[in-house]
Ligand binder design. Structure first.
Ligand SMILES: [Fe+2]
Length: 281
């Protein structure tokens, strides 16, 4: 198996809000430039976006830009920004993209739940926020738990391959026993990757999941609860898929922002470098 390099990225939230002194357009443009610059330095195979391109659906502002103004910033992100990426990309839905199954296909061109092979691994994308699709009232989402049957079915179709589960979020406090049984017993599942909480960190799920980990892929909007840009700045996660496991690290490109009325000259930084050994070897 050759070493394959990919990128995970999420939570850029193209919407009406400014963060850290930049307009949404400047910020998302900046993301695209940084992803392309990173590619030019050393090409990677693919970007997997893990959701929250927008605030299309939201619990406030009369339900987000889609209900309130008929504006779909997910489509705008794809048309005006992602179209300029030098690498192929794949888009998973987030909790702020509560489009129905057909509507999502129309916008993005791939299903809300999906599976594909990349770098010798089977990637299964998990849509865990399908509790209220096409809401008619303001809503932030309803967690709908991981579709264990779908994962098992895809794993049967590719019986030889190690597996990465990815999606906007995996709320382990809300998952039923079937989820834990899957993670504990299916040793081919090597890693879970998520976004949503705007953090870069590694959650070890403990004995219940035979110590399988969830890697949180950061953000490109604002740092998660109780964190500041000094802790987790705009960035994306670099991933190497190898025969023996998966290497991850969070990349924060150089950027100048304003935080609490101070100018922050953020230098290039990497965080949370870790190797996740295959459990089936
Ligand atoms: Fe989210």
């Amino acid at each position: 198996m050759k070493k394959t390099r990919i990128i995970f990225c999420s939570d850029m939230h193209l919407c009406h809000k400014d963060w850290y002194g930049k307009s949404p357009e400047q910020r998302v443009d900046n993301l695209i430039q940084n992803l392309n610059k990173f590619y030019e330095t050393s090409p990677y195979e693919q970007i997997i976006f893990l959701g929250d391109y927008s605030l299309d659906h939201w619990g406030t502002k009369e339900g987000g830009s889609w209900l309130h103004e008929g504006v779909c910033n997910t489509a705008n992100f794809k048309r005006d920004y992602a179209s300029r990426l030098k690498a192929p990309y794949y888009m998973c839905p987030g909790n702020h993209e509560q489009c129905g199954y057909e509507h999502w296909m129309e916008i993005v061109g791939t299903p809300r739940d999906d599976a594909f092979v990349l770098g010798g691994y089977l990637f299964i994308t998990c849509d865990n926020y399908a509790g209220i699709l096409e809401p008619t009232e303001p809503s932030d989402c309803l967690y709908s738990v991981t579709k264990v049957d779908f994962i098992r079915q895809k794993m049967e179709e590719f019986p030889e391959l190690p597996v990465v589960l990815c999606g906007h979020y995996f709320d382990w406090n809300k998952e039923p026993p079937a989820f834990w049984e899957l993670l504990k017993n299916e040793k081919r599942i090597t890693l879970i990757v998520c976004g949503h909480d705007h953090r870069t960190e590694i959650t070890d799920l403990g004995e219940k999941a035979d110590n399988l980990c969830i890697y949180h892929d950061g953000h490109y909007s604002f740092s998660g609860d109780s964190k500041t840009p000094y802790d987790v700045m705009w960035g994306f996660t670099e991933c190497y898929l190898t025969e023996y496991g998966i290497e991850m690290r969070y990349i924060e490109p150089e950027n100048t922002i304003t935080f609490k009325n101070n100018v922050l000259e953020h230098k290039f930084r990497t965080q949370n470098r870790a190797f996740f050994r295959r459990r089936d070897k």
